[in-house]
Design a binder for this molecule. Structure first.
Ligand code: PGA
Length: 239
């Protein structure tokens, strides 16, 4: 893992955006893996602004998101499809047909998981994967204890994760209990990974990531075994 220490959230987002843009310029048909949550919003803002200036085009880019809540409609403002449309896709020149988010409303969820995994494989795999990290070390919605070999599957969310995400919902009861997530094996197959870590709430997770052992009890630790992973961390998560 290569670690880049950014002064603040803004610098973390700018560095990540420059890296994503460089990858798209090198390969205009990039398969880009995307994440939701508060952390990548600054990155998406930079990408939108660069796209508007004409510095980068998403016309031939294909995206695959990491995860989606089960049973939330795509038009629900808390769904990750809605989030991605609002935070990125609606504001850049991407073809929405080339943007993929698992369908949490599928009638056959197990089939949806297989189909999603196949779609990534048929596209040639993820070239560059953006990741955030949960305070418990989750990547995607792969909670502690998930096998490092896991592929796209339905998971039960940790109570800690539901609580962290309840800030977006009216009440705790409204927070979904399950999600579809690409697996740790799926994530590790990405040719390149950028993990973004921001804020004091992620301090312990960062410490454990860089100094802890590689263990399924702390899913992000698997990234220590990836040959091309950059961690961009802001100061609040370090000090
Ligand atoms: P956050 O979520 O960016 O909102 O902190 C990250 C995650 O849970 O993976």
């Amino acid at each position: 893992m290569k670690i880049i220490e950014a002064k603040n959230y803004e610098e973390m987002s700018r560095i990540a955006s420059e890296k994503v843009q460089a990858c798209i310029i090198e390969n205009i048909q990039l398969n880009l893996g995307l994440a939701t949550g508060s952390t990548p919003i600054g990155l998406y803002k930079h990408l939108i602004s660069s796209n508007k200036k004409g510095d980068v085009s998403f016309r031939n880019v294909t995206t695959f998101n990491l995860d989606e809540y089960v049973k939330l409609s795509q038009t629900d403002p808390n769904s990750y499809r809605y989030f991605m449309n609002e935070e990125l896709f609606n504001h850049v020149d991407i073809d929405k047909n080339n943007t993929h988010v698992p369908n949490g409303e599928a009638t056959d969820l197990d089939q949806e998981c297989l189909d999603y995994e196949n779609k990534i494989r048929e596209a040639g795999g993820i070239d560059l994967q953006i990741l955030g990290i949960g305070a418990n070390g989750h990547i995607g919605f792969n909670e502690p204890g998930t096998s490092f070999q896991s592929r796209t599957q339905i998971v039960k969310l940790d109570e800690q994760t539901r609580e962290a995400n309840s800030r977006f919902f009216d009440s705790m009861d409204d927070v979904p209990t399950h999600a579809i997530t690409t697996g740790i094996g799926t994530i590790m197959d990405s040719k390149e990974i950028i993990l973004l870590i921001s804020g004091s709430a992620k301090k312990e997770a960062y410490e454990r990531l860089i100094n802890g052992e590689v263990s399924e009890e702390f899913p992000a630790s698997v990234l220590q075994n990836h040959s091309n992973c950059i961690v961009i961390v802001d100061k609040e998560s370090i000090s």
